[in-house]
Design a protein around this ligand. Structure first.
Ligand code: OGA
Ligand code: MN
Length: 285
């Protein structure tokens, strides 16, 4: 095949190597890459330097493209299906959503649709060294598989309540007071099984900062357990930190991973262009 993959860590990450860039834009390559995303969770294309049109084309070759967010942005891109992840106030006048990416999460987990299969990020402006802005990924497939048997059994049948409010509570103080209540009361709430049994038969965990509490448990106990599971999944064996170079393109399996950005500020100029691939499976126990 004209493209090759190299593993990055034992349980997570794959790097793509190609001779001819055009070899990436075929249905066969897209199918191989999609399978690799499912197998390795994170797939990195170093310095691919995609244009928006190419990123959209790539997204569509791999699945059905989906627009997730962007309502509040005053974007400088032509197509609204490309979301500009930035703290630049000229483009993003309501930075809450991007500040929320500093905490472990899965994308699109509180909306009434199957969670997006994958998120695709293209780095347009990378922060300078030492300024933060790396992205971390944690495989919730590998983390689940690594749990002791009795813990796996204890999680069977548990359900968690996910909400936008829970995901914004760590950054609530940074929301200007005049619209804090309105933002925090975006009423998106969704219950999911804690352990997701995929159609493939593999199991992952649906966790992250959107997870507020466990149904039927005392709130503090359930919350503490959710945080422990996050910590478990984030341990180095199951996670990967990507330090961005301008032009890097990364795709990850949003159904089997949490992700977060290492905090950065707007002075870095960091700019990512994001697209999403629609999910095909709802979270099932
Ligand atoms: C996102 C996101 C991470 C990053 O856009 O959904 O989580 O590193 N981005 O910008
Ligand atoms: Mn995200």
């Amino acid at each position: 095949m004209a493209i090759r993959f190299e593993n990055i860590k034992e349980f997570i990450g794959s790097r793509v190597v190609w001779d001819d860039r055009a070899d990436l834009f075929t249905p066969e390559a897209a199918a191989a890459i999609r399978a690799k995303v499912e197998e390795r969770t994170v797939v990195v294309f170093p310095e691919l330097n995609l244009t928006d049109d190419e990123q959209l084309q790539f997204t569509e070759l791999m699945g059905e493209r989906q627009r997730l967010t962007g309502r509040f942005n005053k974007q400088e891109v032509e197509n609204d299906d490309v979301y500009q992840v930035t703290l630049d106030p000229k483009i993003n006048p309501q930075p809450e959503y991007v500040l929320g990416t500093f905490f472990w999460h899965m994308d699109g987990i509180t909306v009434d649709a199957p969670p997006p299969f994958a998120t695709l990020l293209s780095c347009r402006i990378a922060p300078a060294a030492g300024m933060g802005g790396e992205t971390e990924f944690a495989s919730t497939y590998a983390a689940y598989e690594g749990l002791p048997e009795e813990e796996k059994q204890a999680l069977e049948g548990m359900r968690a309540v996910h909400s936008v409010k829970a995901s914004l509570s760590p950054i609530a103080d940074a929301i200007p007071e005049k619209h804090r209540d309105k933002v925090l009361n975006i009423g998106l709430v969704k219950e999911h099984p804690l352990v997701w049994t995929h159609e493939s038969g593999r199991k992952s965990m649906v966790i992250g900062t959107t997870a507020d509490h466990i149904v039927g448990q005392e709130i503090p106990a359930g919350r503490a357990m959710l945080i422990r599971l996050q910590e478990w999944a984030a341990q180095p064996a199951y996670s990967l930190r990507h330090k961005w170079t301008e032009g890097d393109f990364v795709i990850w399996d949003n159904t089997g991973a949490m992700h977060r950005a290492i905090p950065y500020d707007k002075s870095t100029g960091r700019m990512m262009h994001r697209t999403s691939i629609a999910g095909t499976e709802t979270v099932a126990a």
